[in-house]
Design a protein around this ligand. Sequence first.
Ligand code: HAM
Length: 420
Amino acid sequence: MTINIPRGTVDILPGEVELWSWMEQVAREVTQRNRYREIRTPIFEHTELFVRGVGDTTDIVEKEMYTFADRKDRSLTLRPEGTAGVIRSLVENKLYSQSPLVKLSYMGPMFRYERPQAGRQRQFHQFGIEAVGSTDPAIDAEVIALGMSFFDELGLQGIRAEINNVGNKEERQTYFQRLIEYFLPFEAELAADARSRLHRNPMRILDSKDPRTKEIAAGAPSILDFLSSESLADYETIQRYLTDMGVNYVLNDRIVRGLDYYTQVAFEYMIDLPGAQASTLGGGGRYNGLVQELGGPELPGVGFGIGLERIILALQDQKLQPPYPTGIDCYLIAMGEKAKEKVVPLLNQLRKMGLLAEMDYLDRKMKAQFKAADRENAKYVAILGDDELARQEIQVKNLATGEQESIAIEQLGSYLTTKK
Ligand code: HAM
């Protein structure tokens, strides 16, 4: 009996991996240019980290974590997101003692027990950044703009950042009270999950997908009316920076985010997909209490996480491909045993020169070898037969133009290099 892949996971196959590698390369280039340094943290952490970090009233902690006991009965959890682990590491390694502003980036698999659908998996990948140590609105703007640069450099169109300010702890406390007062008269009409959140986390009701709850939520007060003048001033400064940087953004005071650590600015990257409702490519925001919550000093932070499966879907939808050629430089064809004896070391020599080269290992007919060269997207085919061998020459054929010429065997490497 065959064993299938677990539900909610996928294999990324050869042919698809090329698109992934390009996307990852662009992410690395953008983060390096902005001086975010890569950090790699474990795939699993103590469960308590996410309960405290992400928040115990969130969907993630309430029902989506892959939690297990190890052989010594410790409760461990496969990371559902990147921020908590990165901040744990920052605190544990005192990264802030080397520099007062720490800018970090990461990429890797995350795990959430969700209902799988297009762009939603149980094992998925995120690219994220975190900037810890500054409350300067310029850093909020940098973070938001960095994500947009990533999309731009991939060539993706139609993306906007939707931003909001969810306030600090005190501001939100007052807002929570007002929200509860607003929703209470409608309590019986709210969807079950919204009702259960009414007293614990009423802001999440604004996020509901239930039609009636959405209608009710439309009339709810806005967080913006509860912000202090300082919070508002910072928020306006961020907007001014974004405008001046040419970032495509809109304000949306209904953005709540599904994690509890956010304070002040929160945002989501949205893309319009044909025939579907707008999809969220990523999200982030400021989290000024998280470092302390996880046992560190009182340091503010801001960052984002972008879902890489969703980027792949958008790249495919917009028919975007890596801008560099993915084919090989040369496919070598040996006709006969003698020729093969020459071709094996020749192939090795080409590869040592940095050329992408391949040959046949299946004793196939010439026609099949030409087909293989096509499949490899080869620029040239080089054919060696007995006649050529006697003259120490090799036939090279340009597959795009059909032009063919005979050159000295030892010249092949330099010939292909100049044609690269
Ligand atoms: P998040 O909004 O939970 O934020 O996730 C960020 C992105 O990860 C989502 O917008 C989505 O593209 C992708 N994502 C989430 N769940 C799935 C899934 N099941 N399948 C596929 N993609 C998914 C965070 O995780 C925060 N840590 C972001 C952040 C960093 N905030 C501050 N710093």
